[in-house]
Design a protein around this ligand. Sequence first.
Ligand code: ZN
Length: 575
Amino acid sequence: MVKIPGGWFNIGSKNGSPDETPVHRVWLNSFWMDRFEVIQEQFKKFQLPDPSHFKNPKHPLEQMNWTDAALYCNERSLAEDLEPCYDEETWECNFQANGYRLPTEAEWEYACRAGTTTKFSFGNDMRRLKDYAWFAENSSGKTHPVGQKKPNPWGLYDMHGNVSEWCNDFYSEKYYEDSPEKNPKGPAEAKERAIRGGAWNSSADSCRSAYRASDPSIDDTCLASDAIGFRCVRAIPLRENSNAPSNKPAGEDMAKENTNQKVSKTGFVYDDIYLAHKTTVGHPETPQRLVAIVERLKTTGLYSRLFTLSPKPAPSKWLTMVHTPEYVRRVRRSCEEGTEYLDSIDVPISPESYEVALTAVGGVLCAIDAVMEKKVTNAFCAVRPPGHHALKDMAKGFCIFNNIAIGARYIQKKHNLSKILIVDWDVHHGNGTQAEFYDDPSVLYFSVHQYPFYPGTGSEAEKGSGKGLNYNINVPLPAGSGDADYVRVFKEKLEPAALAFSPDFVLISAGFDAHKDDLLGGMKVTAEGFAKLTQTVKEIAEKCCEGRIVSILEGGYGLDGLAASVEAHIQVLMR
Ligand SMILES: [Zn+2]
């Protein structure tokens, strides 16, 4: 999904049909929106009968009545442990629920315009419509797979064509005359529901951003149109919207970022929510770590060349691939109850920590999806809390959920790739990750770390067990080791083992606490050293798996050294 930033915009058009007037200013809270129209394959996942006329798993759903679209929203919410928005008797929408729903007309138009005020999201020139939409003149009388045409400035596809899209609102021709200024939701009742966006059989004029249409929301599929489908939206928790209403032009920053996204092949996961996990005064694992990283990337101009990825909280079904359900519940409860520590004073928590930790995992999952969907070749996740010390049922060493271990399981289950290489160059041994995959030959865990040191594990003798024997490689190094030592280990130990294993996907536990200026580590690695390690891992990924790498921040506690190392690391990923 695409995160649509909250903002003001002018809804309607004074040059269109009468129902598009009066043009008026509207405020919308931020929300998530599907990048693509919902496709037939997604619908079938929930055992719902596919009513589409133009059958093809990658084509948008159509011949959809409004109620079935709402039903899909509920099923999709339940599958991700979210609260469904629709009452299945009255079909009333609960806008407070965190699940999926249909967009309001205002949300739809705002997202479609993506900061533009022209007829289309690409300007006023109708001749360019064929590059952005399937409509009457180029569709050959049918739908097409989603995402083939150019996206709008916010990265949304098929907004001007392919199939028209159901909105949550009832339709009223005169609604704009008295609709509220903030988050308008359509009239309370009417005979028909609103529809937005052009379809394969639309004229160019009815593909405009402001164009409004409607259809009776009949339940009977036989009477539904094969030119109507939908996409979903989801609310973003209100806290992020709390200081929102300002007169800032709608989503300008986001539009700027997204125009650059086409050229970059390295994704960057970050969200301000990661700053909300508060540790104790003097604790080295602070929100400032991420602030320093993002500031550094912005100052050096690297940030605008990255493909920004917006994380959302991971559904619990992925967490429990690694952690016990009891532990996940305990983390939530501890945060809700205002407990100060999880399991030991090493892991201080604040009330927000549960959601932040879920979103740290979610960040990894969204980076993996972006790589698998080939939106990016590789990605770096600037997330916290870190993860590699977390055990199945225990928080440890600043870590709550084991982000990277969950990521590996996700790649295997969701994307059906079997062999995962995890390279862990954090100065500490990743005891949690080792434990998770100790008897599992599908994951090769390679760790280089200071030894003896926290957490005590990580000797060379720990090689894995059962079928997983020799799929766990520890390279303990004495304190004081530097670039040359690390480079040698990567060339002599990592490279041959990794090439023999031939992974389908590479994950990096990228801790930068082996940096020479780190507050905790005793090593002497420099930013240039981390660049060299990145290069070796990148070459492995290029040889084995089309360069697929997701790198996840673990430790790194000297702010300058951390920021410089992340910059050097990302620069190599981007090459
Ligand atoms: Zn560490």
